[in-house]
Design a protein around this ligand. Sequence first.
Ligand SMILES: NC(=O)c1ccc[n+]([C@@H]2O[C@H](COP(=O)([O-])OP(=O)(O)OC[C@H]3O[C@@H](n4cnc5c(N)ncnc54)[C@H](OP(=O)(O)O)[C@@H]3O)[C@@H](O)[C@H]2O)c1
Length: 295
Amino acid sequence: MKVLVTGAEGQVGTEMVRLADDGFRVVGLTRRDLDITDQDAIARRLDEHEPDLLVNCAAYTAVDRAEDEADLAFRVNADAVGRLGQACAARGVGVIHFSTDYVFDGTKEGAYVEDDIPNPLNVYGASKLEGENRLRAAADRHVILRVSWVFGRIGRSFVDTILRLARERDELTVVDDQIGTPTPADAVAATVRAIAGHPAGLEDAWGTYHFSTMPAVSWCGFARAILAIATDVGLLPTVPRLKGIETSQWPARAPRPLNSRLDPSRLANVLELSPLCWEPCLRVYLATGVKASRA
Ligand SMILES: NC(=O)c1ccc[n+]([C@@H]2O[C@H](COP(=O)([O-])OP(=O)(O)OC[C@H]3O[C@@H](n4cnc5c(N)ncnc54)[C@H](OP(=O)(O)O)[C@@H]3O)[C@@H](O)[C@H]2O)c1
């Protein structure tokens, strides 16, 4: 199988490229190789590489900045995704695309299933939801994989932020009433590969899925685990105090859902996946020193 990966320098894109082998030939396209808002360039790249599958890891992911850059967020996360879908459908190329827990408003009691009604609270979530809808309209042969709280070896995740602040400050204040599941970028990539290699073939598996880990935790609980493991593996000489606060005390530009839990059962049934715990994955990331900076 030949797979074209857009956004190949992002957290998930990097891991997709790392999965390449003889049976899963990956061509990674960075933003410099392909700006997904350039319709002609999309067509050129598809015709040049003739992939079986396109995995769209390119996205506008700056949740707070999106509140002030709605046009750009929608151009990348919605318009471009629709056009990618059209270009792929015209060539018989399947598409795997990512969406987010932020399409939901977080008012549900339990974990969100795929058929729950989205109601994004912020511009980023609205742009991703519009991207889902454009892709569904453009291409039957698609998978939309909703993921949450992604962390990976390429910087800029919550893990990096906590490690950086822990070196700068004596006390960290972190929101303690938003609940979700941290998701390792390499596990997302491995799941994409499992979908692509589904024994019954992708034809049986097109649709929308949730992928998440366990157990659910608050941002503050996640920060506590990061600090504990980072100290354990010698990344932090001293541990700052950690204070949990409420969302209402944190002046974020974009509102966020209090409940970000995604129920992964549908995908787990299709792929016969065992539940994945995020904490051992976090330990591997921190212990192996793979927090490479892009600088
Ligand atoms: N990160 C999370 O916590 C999270 C949570 C839920 C869902 N998701 C979704 O998961 C997917 C992967 O996220 P990620 O964490 O890997 O994101 P990421 O690390 O921000 O990577 C996104 C990549 O897309 C590139 N990009 C931005 N605009 C582009 C354009 N017009 N053309 C081509 N490339 C462009 C970025 O390049 P630059 O660096 O040059 O901007 C970056 O390399 C996205 O669809 C995201 O919405 C992520």
